[in-house]
Design a protein around this ligand. Structure first.
Ligand SMILES: NC(=O)CC[C@H](N)C(=O)O
Length: 394
């Protein structure tokens, strides 16, 4: 018998569809991802921990589940929302079905709802708390349960490794601070021969120093960067001592560690085709993104950081570089899987930065100055475009 599932939003909107995966009930922040492929990487990206994820692409499940394509050991999402759930995968690599995967990890899915309408609501109101259930409880009861439900605040602790482990290599030793790292980051470092040591998010600067790294990579991760205040302290202590590269949550934490601030975006950026402009060259990169927070532009001034990249759609900050210390970061994913691969060169730049730092080469101040000049130019452009966006929303 077909089980019914319901998705209730904080604003009272109710979607009724068909259940797949596990039966049960969960709450979480409802977000949308615009990727056409990559549902396995979305499901297994720890940065979605605690969120109910909607895929805007209407056909999901059609190539099944392939363990090798995962970005972590297991999914941490609180629900999965799709237009059409394909029960019969057609792919020689498929090992399981989407339905089996969700059942195995006790995650409920809902299909057959108007995901376009849901996405338009989220774009209009911003992301909201939601409740996904297969129970037959009356609507009023569901509303009460959703009203009192608290969103998670300890996601990083839930997804980060509990112990130190190594992925040996013969070249530079990189300590990867795991706030919820995607496997893709290890893959990119390992492909380049790096000797990767993964440490928990709680690792202190002293513990990291004792591993004798050549550089530190701050991983992506779920939730609000301000929910992990110890991380910014650790990073501030290592800044200037070791080359640092921050990705997504790592980028936000580098900003906080340098004295800048972060804020929540209305509905975030989640998908595989976000255009990012590199200010120094004017070049546009198509990037994979998954974030709900951003670094506040006005908070960057006076921190020693400069803006290197901006989002071409809403002009928010997408990249930062320190002008005195060997440290840079991006809000998007250079380790993107299943792509785009435009930004994987950033891993090469990080390793190059490490080699230059080791060789005690002076930190390229000309480049920093050039970036700062473009950042100033971008400010004017940004205010122009922000005006336009406001106008368009009226
Ligand atoms: N992918 C990430 O690292 C996301 C960073 C942070 N949790 C955000 O939503 O903004």
């Amino acid at each position: 018998m077909q089980v019914q599932a319901r998705l209730l939003l904080e604003d009272g909107t109710l979607f009724t569809g068909k259940a797949f995966g596990a039966t049960g009930e969960s709450t979480g922040e409802v977000v949308f991802n615009t990727g056409i492929t990559g549902y396995q990487e979305v499901l297994s990206d720890p940065s979605y921990c605690g969120q109910i994820v909607t895929m805007t692409y209407p056909l999901i499940g059609n190539y099944g589940i392939i363990r090798d394509d995962f970005e972590s050991m297991r999914p941490f999402i609180h629900g999965f929302v799709v237009r059409h759930h394909e029960e019969t995968p057609s792919n020689w690599r498929a090992q399981f079905t989407l339905d089996t995967l969700l059942k195995d990890y006790d995650i409920t899915g809902i299909s057959g709802i108007d995901t376009r309408m849901l996405t338009r609501i989220l774009r209009h109101h911003g992301t909201m708390k939601g409740l996904l259930t297969t129970s037959n409880a009356p609507l009023e009861e569901l509303k009460e349960r959703l009203g009192v439900a608290q969103l998670l605040r300890d996601q990083v602790d839930r997804v980060s490794t509990k112990s130190v482990f190594g992925c040996p290599g013969t070249k530079e030793r990189i300590v990867l601070v795991d706030y919820g790292s995607k496997s893709g980051i290890i893959r990119e470092l390992s492909t380049r021969g790096a000797d990767v040591v993964v440490v928990p998010h709680t690792a202190t600067a002293e513990q990291i120093r004792k591993l004798c790294p050549d550089g530190v990579l701050l991983s992506n991760g779920p939730g609000d960067p301000k929910d992990v205040p110890h991380a910014a302290k650790t990073i501030a202590s290592l800044l200037g001592e070791l080359p640092i590269f921050g990705i997504c949550l790592g980028h936000q934490l580098l900003a906080l560690a340098s004295g800048a601030d972060t804020e929540k975006l209305k509905f975030g950026h989640r998908g595989g085709n976000h255009p990012v402009k590199e200010l120094a060259s004017g070049r546009c990169y198509i990037t994979s993104q998954n974030h709900g927070y951003t670094v506040k532009e006005e908070s960057v001034e006076g921190t020693g950081l400069v803006v290197t990249h901006i989002n071409n759609n809403d002009k928010t900050i997408e990249g930062l570089r320190h002008t005195q210390y060997p440290a840079f970061s991006v809000q998007y994913h250079p380790e993107a899987a299943p792509g785009p691969f435009d930004s994987s060169y950033l891993f090469d730049e990080f390793l190059e930065m490490i080699r230059d730092f080791k060789a005690a080469k002076p930190y390229v101040p000309q480049q920093a100055a050039m970036v700062a000049a473009s950042a100033l130019k971008h400010k004017e452009e940004a205010s122009e475009v922000k005006g336009d966006l406001q106008y368009a929303q009226k």
